[in-house]
Design a protein around this ligand. Structure first.
Ligand code: SAH
Ligand code: SF4
Ligand code: F3S
Length: 463
């Protein structure tokens, strides 16, 4: 071993380099940062170059076919880097983490026997132990349990630099079992962290510089962790408690399920200025027949009713959604119902995908799979409408004066970049002293995925 223990804390003798590749949702982004935290006491420091790394972690996503195929092509490339390193007398530990690891642990080792560690999303607090085992012995270490202990209780405090925006996982897993989805199998049963743990982590993030926190969960609005009194609470109450933290200016949460969009949460959108007016609320389809087959447990009218209540609570609320096209049995009429819902709801942004059969999910074996070419045609039609809605929303921002949280330099010299309340990237010509401030700007131009802004006179001078 290259490190020795001083009291209980292992101190690195020589730094080792860690390269993490992340696919999938924001929860994977959060998990990748936590894996780096867990490995920091062993002396691992991040490197941008996989070829230089003593350890490479692939944090994977299983949600659609293409997502998992990417993992195997990346593994093929990394194998060559690993071999080159071994030839030079070094070592590269190759670890596969995340949802593909959870779903296909044994197959990964069979298909890529040069992988050293396979770990699921619930076991990364045990990484130091796995690294020690992988360093000692030949053969892969696999840990894809759903352990009884809570990984959040076993994570060290982060020492990595913290930007102005941060993610905070408050809820994991999912009990909804939508018939197309792997998440309940890869992430396990729904679990909510207690409010006290969430507040403590939020305070630490703010002390380290975060001014905007996005609460994460596969079903974030189903959060029901222990509140201040120890009783199960609600995400609305949690948001109210978070809004009290000084210097925490902005709050967001994602991803929400329409079924859990409770009245107190809608009210929080009206009452809490810290809660940003942007909500990702996936609907998947506008056809009640498809929604029932998908086990979503709500109708198109339920969804549109929610949208109306949310907009009444917060008139400037921008909506985002996910859509699945070509779910087994989807007819042209079902697809037309999705288009009609989109026209009525008006989305500021959206993600849409062709249905991808996932092994082990009920829909994968449904008899009436839709032809791929037909899926593509419908997807293109939907995406054209969604793009037009996004363009209209962005154009509607032109002329408005809105607060932007400036988070860093812009792409061009003399520019600063930040985020609008609606999550757009915003660029403006202005001094770097604006970075770290929330400054009102006037939106001057709209682009497909971003906005340009001009600063008020007193902010224009260079620092
Ligand atoms: N918990 C969230 C979604 C998480 S998965 C929710 O319930 O809305 C993110 C998105 O991936 C889903 O909203 C869905 O649109 C898409 N997705 C999930 N499984 C899929 C599949 N088998 N094929 C295509 N898209 C899928
Ligand atoms: Fe998947 Fe449905 Fe759970 Fe979302 S709610 S993670 S789509 S099973
Ligand atoms: Fe993908 Fe797992 Fe997230 S399957 S979308 S990384 S929960």
């Amino acid at each position: 071993m290259e490190w020795r223990a001083l009291s209980d804390i292992p101190i690195a003798v020589s730094p080792r380099r860690l390269h993490v590749i992340t696919w999938g949702c924001q929860m994977n982004v959060y998990d990748s940062a936590r894996m780096a935290d867990v490995l920091a006491p062993l002396g691992y420091v991040p490197t941008a170059e996989p070829g230089d790394a003593d350890m490479v972690i692939l944090n994977t996503c299983h949600i659609r076919d293409r997502a998992s195929e990417k993992v195997f092509s990346a593994l093929g490339r990394l194998r060559l880097l690993k071999l080159a390193r071994e030839e030079a007398g070094g070592r590269m530990i190759l670890a596969v983490a995340g949802c593909v690891a959870q779903a296909e642990g044994e197959q990964i080792i069979a298909r890529a026997p040069y992988v050293d560690i396979v770990l699921g999303p619930q076991t990364y607090h045990r990484l130091p132990e796995m690294v020690a085992r992988a360093s000692r012995a030949a053969g892969a270490v696999i840990d894809t349990e759903f352990p009884a202990e809570d990984k959040f209780d076993h994570l060290p405090e982060s020492v990595a630099p913290q930007g102005l925006t941060a993610f905070l996982t408050i809820q994991e897993g999912c009990d909804k079992f939508c018939s197309f989805c792997v998440v309940p199998y890869t992430r396990g049963a729904e679990q909510s962290r207690p409010q006290a743990a969430v507040l403590a982590e939020a305070r630490t993030l703010v002390a380290r510089g975060a001014r905007e926190i996005t609460l994460l969960g596969q079903n974030v609005n189903a959060w029901h962790g222990a509140g201040a009194d120890g009783e199960p609470s609600s995400v609305a109450a949690l948001l109210r408690a978070l809004a009290e933290i000084p210097d925490l200016w902005r709050l967001r949460y994602t991803t929400s399920h329409p079924l859990d969009m409770a009245g107190d949460l809608i009210a929080a959108h009206a009452d809490l200025p810290e809660l940003m007016p942007f909500l990702h609320l996936p609907v998947q389809s506008g056809s009640d027949r498809m929604l029932a087959a998908m086990n979503r447990r709500h109708t198109a009218a339920d969804y549109l009713g929610l949208v109306e209540r949310l907009r009444r609570a917060r008139p400037d609320l921008a909506l985002s959604s996910d859509f699945i096209i070509g779910y087994p049995g989807e007819t042209r009429a079902d697809f037309a119902a999705t288009m009609a819902l989109v026209r009525e709801a008006r989305f500021a942004q959206a993600f849409s995908f062709n249905y991808s059969a996932r092994p082990g999910t009920p829909a994968a074996t449904a008899p009436d799979q839709v032809d791929e070419a037909e899926k593509d045609a419908r997807l293109q039609e939907l995406q054209a409408l969604l793009r037009a809605q996004q363009a209209a929303f962005n154009l509607g921002c032109v002329g408005l004066t809105v607060p932007v949280l400036f988070t860093g330099p812009g792409r061009h010299p003399g520019q600063v970049a930040g985020r609008s309340p609606w999550l757009h990237p915003v660029h403006a010509t202005g001094p770097s002293r604006l970075i770290g401030t929330e400054t009102p700007v006037t939106i001057a131009a709209a682009h497909p995925n971003s906005l340009s802004a001009t600063l008020p006179n007193q902010e224009r001078a260079t620092a």
